[in-house]
Design a protein. Structure first.
Lengths: 544, 119
């Protein structure tokens, strides 16, 4: 508790004009002396709070530093200003200019003055306090805006795309922005660097360290193959300049999408979970957080993400969230949720975890820390997609190229694409139902490529590649248009269309998504590709 | 490719449009003309007979949505028959089946329309 005492330090003049004239001619001149500081625990505070009115300083006998200072400054009389039992100010008076003692009238006058002045002083104090608080809030808000701007500027604007892989990322800053970050780094041979980190501290300092870490990490990952060496290099770069008591936890992995190989190292960050089957396993690798000590080595490990596997990287804002009873979300709960989550869809895993978090914390939860989630999922046919690109030789167990052709972008040519794909997959003995659905998906994807990609320019080709394996049929349909985000594949609003409020068109991607097991959109330097995947595991997909 | 064609038949209390070939962007003019001919006598029910249709793409779906919108605006009932299992599934997925009753063939459609009291 603090005692907010404003001390008014004045001499008092006699009110009678004649006397004033006489006294000022011979007595001391009015003066203002420094205001003493009165500590909250000074016994003088308690005394004055309960005093009935003006108090003779010389008659007080307290072990009080403030009282000693008052006496040293020749204060003779103090009048406490007390509001609602709290000492909010003090009128301090020196000796009368006439050198006489203060009279009863003087005391009454001073007490009346204190009664009048106290509410005014209190209001002034409150106004000033509110102004200070408003200024402080404005300063903090401005700082938060700067921190948010830095983070949003540096976080990836789009997810990288790799055939046969799904990536998803979620980042939600707390109100008091923390230091979470994630990054994707394009590496040679289509490899992908994945970074998830957390800077201690919050606000602008954390954002600046995050920006530095990201830059150094990108530079090191571009030069070094080994994730462990990359973290070692980043640690050496951060150590000399990182502010005291700050450090960075960071998980860094390099994914080879062709093989599923994942090499990783960890600088004290929360352990990622690899979901394999119905089990979630921690990916362990030891290493100190970045920026603490120079000369650190980082253990490097490697695993292979197999078709159907998912990987979850996250920040402590998730596991350290609390429910209304004060229990933490916790690592075991997260691990259990990842393991029991049945669908392999990367984005859906993020949504699933956020739903679980919301149910855990309840609706009134105020987010305590940044929450970051990054997931990657290896689709069941990722090898198909990659081996198709490399034209691997045919083998019963290895995906093989069944057909490859091009079509000019002319209306009606989607029927030719359907026909050719049907011919190509005939040896796989697909059921009639699957053949029909695949045909519709191929036709719609080809129409999409001709219309939206190639703008129905006949000299622009649509390339079709059909890959088959024991596990899946993959059809990749590529146009020569600019990379673009396809129209939404959510269910069109038929009611609105029937009411004339929407165009009756817009069914293409919706149909495709409902005809195949997996649809991926890939934008790269060769054009815009829609990848269609039909799994062959279910008995119903293969003709008996 | 099977070029699209449509004929209009008038049965007692119901008009049937027999559709042939592929329903895609090329079918738009002929389909709309056939529908205009069918509704000229202001029948309470129009039956689209898909038994000779072997391909419907998303543009074709949009054309059918357009016919359905016209029928609903005129408080006319639109029925469908003769769709293959694949296109029945598509009519279900797109929810077209929520707004137009599907029958396996023309005779069941005529019977069904009568029993439902729509004629």
């Amino acid at each position: 508790m603090t005692v907010n005492v404003q001390t008014l330090w004045r001499t008092v003049r006699r009110r009678r004009a004649a006397a004033e004239k006489s006294e000022t001619a011979v007595g001391p001149r009015p003066q203002i002396v420094p205001v003493p500081e009165i500590a909250p625990n000074d016994p003088l505070v308690a005394y004055l709070q309960s005093a009935a009115g003006a108090v003779d300083v010389d008659r007080l006998d307290l072990d009080s530093p403030a009282l000693r200072e008052l006496k040293a400054n020749s204060v003779k009389m103090v009048v406490p200003l007390v509001s609602q039992g709290e000492l909010i100010g003090l009128l301090c008076l020196g000796p009368r200019l006439s050198q006489q003692e203060y009279s009863a009238d003087d005391r009454n006058l001073l007490n009346n003055l204190a009664t009048q002045a106290t509410p005014a002083v209190r209001v002034a104090q409150l106004v000033r306090q509110q102004q200070r608080e408003a200024q402080e809030r404005e300063r903090i808000e401005h700082e938060l805006q700067v921190a948010r701007l830095i983070q949003h500027t540096l976080l990836p604007k789009a997810l990288p795309e790799r055939a046969g892989w799904q990536l998803a990322a979620y980042y939600q800053p707390a109100r008091e922005v923390g230091g979470d970050f994630y990054d994707f780094i394009e590496l040679p041979d289509e490899k992908l660097g994945i970074v998830v980190g957390d800077v201690t501290d919050k606000g602008v300092p954390a954002a600046l360290v995050m920006a530095t870490t990201r830059s150094v990490m990108r530079a090191a990952a571009g030069r070094l193959d080994s994730p462990g060496e990359v973290l070692e290099r980043v640690n050496e770069a951060l150590c000399p300049d990182i502010p005291e008591n700050m450090f960075v936890t960071c998980f860094f992995a390099v994914l080879d999408p062709a093989t599923g190989s994942l090499r990783y190292a960890n600088a004290g960050h929360d352990l990622p979970y690899r979901r394999h089957g119905d089990e979630a396993m921690e990916l362990r690798a030891t290493g100190m957080p970045l920026g603490l000590l120079p000369g650190m080595k980082y253990e490097e490990k490697e695993t292979t993400l197999e078709p159907g596997d998912s990987l979850l990287m996250y920040s402590d804002g998730l596991v350290e969230a609390h429910d209304p009873g004060g229990d933490m979300f916790s690592f075991p709960r997260l691990r259990s949720l990842v393991g029991e989550y049945a669908s392999g869809d990367s984005e859906e895993l993020v949504d699933y975890l956020l739903t679980q978090l919301s149910q855990f914390t309840g609706p009134q939860w105020e987010q305590e820390d940044d929450i970051t989630l990054v997931t990657i999922h290896c689709s069941t046919s990722h090898r198909s997609a990659w081996l198709a690109d490399s034209d691997a030789p045919g083998d019963a167990d290895v995906p093989r190229l069944l057909a490859e052709f091009e079509l000019p972008s002319e209306p009606g040519n989607e029927r030719i694409a359907m026909q050719k794909v049907h011919e190509a997959v005939a040896p796989l003995s697909l059921s009639e139902k699957v053949m029909d659905k695949l045909g519709t998906a191929v036709a719609e994807a080809t129409m999409n490529a001709m219309e939206h990609g190639n703008k129905y320019q006949a000299d622009k080709q649509v390339a079709v590649k059909v890959i088959g394996s024991d596990d899946a049929v993959t059809v990749r349909i590529t146009d020569q248009g600019e990379p673009h985000i396809p129209e939404a594949s959510d269910a069109p609003d038929l009611d609105a269309k029937l009411a004339g409020m929407q165009t009756p068109r817009g069914w293409g991607l919706f149909l495709i998504k409902n005809m195949v097991d997996e649809m991926n959109v890939i934008n790269d330097e060769t054009g815009h590709t829609i990848e269609l995947i039909v799994n062959l595991k279910g008995d119903e997909n293969v003709a008996v | 490719m099977s070029p699209f064609d449509a004929q209009v038949r008038r049965e007692p209390d119901i008009v049937v449009i027999d559709l042939h070939g592929e329903i895609n962007s090329f079918a738009e003019a002929a389909l709309n003309a056939a529908y205009a001919e069918a509704e000229a006598t202001n029948p309470p029910v129009i039956l689209l007979n898909f038994s000779d249709v072997d391909y419907i793409n998303s543009t074709g779906i949009a054309l059918i949505v357009g016919l359905l919108a016209r029928a609903r605006a005129a408080r006319r009932r639109l029925l469908a028959c003769g769709l293959s299992d694949h296109y029945v599934e598509i009519f279900n997925i797109t929810r077209l089946a929520d707004f137009m009753t599907l029958f396996p063939d023309e005779s069941s459609a005529l019977t069904g329309a009568l029993s439902e009291g729509t004629v």
